[in-house]
Design a binder for this molecule. Structure first.
Ligand code: NAG
Ligand code: NAG
Ligand code: NAG
Ligand code: NAG
Ligand code: NAG
Ligand code: NAG
Ligand code: NAG
Ligand code: NAG
Length: 344
């Protein structure tokens, strides 16, 4: 015991010295003690020393066999950044672990905290194949919601599974809209499973997902929301389609909302049979009477064989308006309408 206390004391002193310099602890991995496989031990250890931890990965490539940690526990009141290698970024390659459950569960500390952050920067995640419809690369299970998860300059390439599931355990009523998950300058390519983002579980109002400056290429069913507000700003989506009978772009059930701004969505695969996906009886957006806002949006060559883009059955509704402003919809060969709803 005495020995252990002494050890901690020394580290605390060391942290004071580090703090003076940069007000955060920078840890470089792999080092002689820590790597991705025991990242929870690292986080646990350094969170006793500082409330801001920056973990720099110095390797360019990490195979899934090097990752043991599946649940990343984020201690209360601690901000953590995981940063890919400063030269080329870091790639997490899951291809040698097919069929295994090998995703990242993010678990936030249970006690009260104030907007703690988990930031993932300059990391590519690729070849995440699980052959399971309910699997996702990141899984956030919440009891509380004062947190932000930020993906910055990240790429998600080749997957048959979702990228993010937010699974809410408690109904929460908030009056203010906040963004809890932010994808900033990210790339999504060939995410061809059951969707990219799924919010489900108990209802949280005003839970926000924001996607800015990002690109989606050849992805299926971008988002499915049982609650939450999703916003796309300055995004580009190309060749999106649907693997299941839901919606190519966004499906909103229950209480949710969609805002798209400064975004271009187009398909250029009309000349071959890839576009058969889009010809199916699947709408671009499926809605249940929730608020939708389009501002400076261009949709080009988005079509199906329904004759309309948005299927809005309009049942749930605190605010069932659709606002379309400054937007441009163009199709080479089909006429479409928006059904069931008033336009403002
Ligand atoms: C974590 O980061 C957020 C946003 O920058 C900040 O408001 C909060 O105070 C930070 N928390 C701690 C414990 O430093
Ligand atoms: C992440 O990558 C971007 C673009 O390559 C670079 O500008 C930025 O400095 C990198 N961030 C970090 C923390 O290394
Ligand atoms: C969503 O709506 C369905 C039926 O419309 C209902 O059974 C379900 O409980 C609702 N879920 C939430 C999270 O409110
Ligand atoms: C509209 O969106 C495009 C990107 O799709 C952007 O380049 C342009 O600046 C936006 N226009 C305005 C007025 O914000
Ligand atoms: C979209 O699909 C077409 C035809 O399959 C392909 O030629 C084009 O490169 C794709 N676009 C992107 C951005 O991947
Ligand atoms: C597309 O599919 C149709 C019917 O399945 C077929 O007749 C046609 O030859 C195909 N076109 C191409 C370019 O493969
Ligand atoms: C619906 O939402 C819009 C945009 O947030 C707001 O301007 C409008 O007042 C709302 N309408 C109702 C009936 O709440
Ligand atoms: C519609 O777009 C115009 C031009 O960008 C802007 O001035 C106006 O405020 C927008 N209206 C709404 C309701 O967003």
């Amino acid at each position: 015991m005495i020995q252990i206390n002494y050890f901690i004391l020394i580290l605390l002193l060391a942290s004071v010295i580090i703090l003076k310099k940069c007000s955060a602890i920078d840890v470089y991995i792999p080092n002689e003690k820590y790597d991705i496989a025991n990242i929870n031990d690292l986080i646990q250890h350094y969170s006793l020393l500082d409330k801001t931890i920056k973990i720099h990965i110095t390797k360019n490539y990490i195979y899934s066999s090097d990752m043991i940690a599946q649940q990343i526990h984020i201690p209360e009141n601690t901000n953590i950044t995981l940063i890919g290698s400063s030269s080329l970024g870091t790639t997490f390659d899951f291809s040698n672990k097919r069929n295994n459950v090998n995703n990242f569960f993010l678990i936030f500390g249970d006690n009260e905290y104030f907007w703690q952050q988990f930031i993932i920067e300059n990391i590519t995640f690729k070849n995440f194949y699980t052959y399971s419809l309910q699997q996702s690369l990141f899984y956030i299970s919440n009891y509380k919601i004062n947190y932000k998860v930020i993906f910055k300059h990240c790429s998600f390439v080749n997957s048959d599974s979702l990228i993010l599931i937010v699974d809410s355990q408690n109904s929460i009523n908030k009056n203010q809209l906040d963004s809890h998950v932010l994808f900033d300058s990210c790339r999504f390519k060939k995410i061809k499973g059951n969707g990219v983002i799924l919010l489900h579980g108990k209802k949280i109002n005003n839970y926000g997902i924001k996607i800015i400056d990002s690109e989606f290429t050849s992805c299926n069913n971008i988002a499915k929301l049982y609650f939450g507000n999703i916003e796309f700003d300055y995004c580009k989506l190309t060749n999106i389609s649907s693997s299941v009978n839901s919606a190519h772009f966004v499906e909103m059930l229950n209480d949710s909302s969609l805002m798209i701004k400064n975004t271009v969505i187009y398909n250029n695969n009309n000349n071959n049979n890839d576009s058969i996906e889009l010809q199916k009886m699947i709408p671009f957006i499926r809605n249940n009477g929730n608020l939708m806002t389009f501002h400076n949006v261009t949709l080009r060559n988005i079509q199906n064989s329904l004759g309309y883009l948005i299927n809005d059955i309009g049942q749930i509704r605190s605010n069932s308006s659709i606002y379309i402003n400054n937007s441009y919809f163009e199709s080479n060969y089909r006429v479409y309408n928006i059904i069931n709803r008033n336009l403002y």
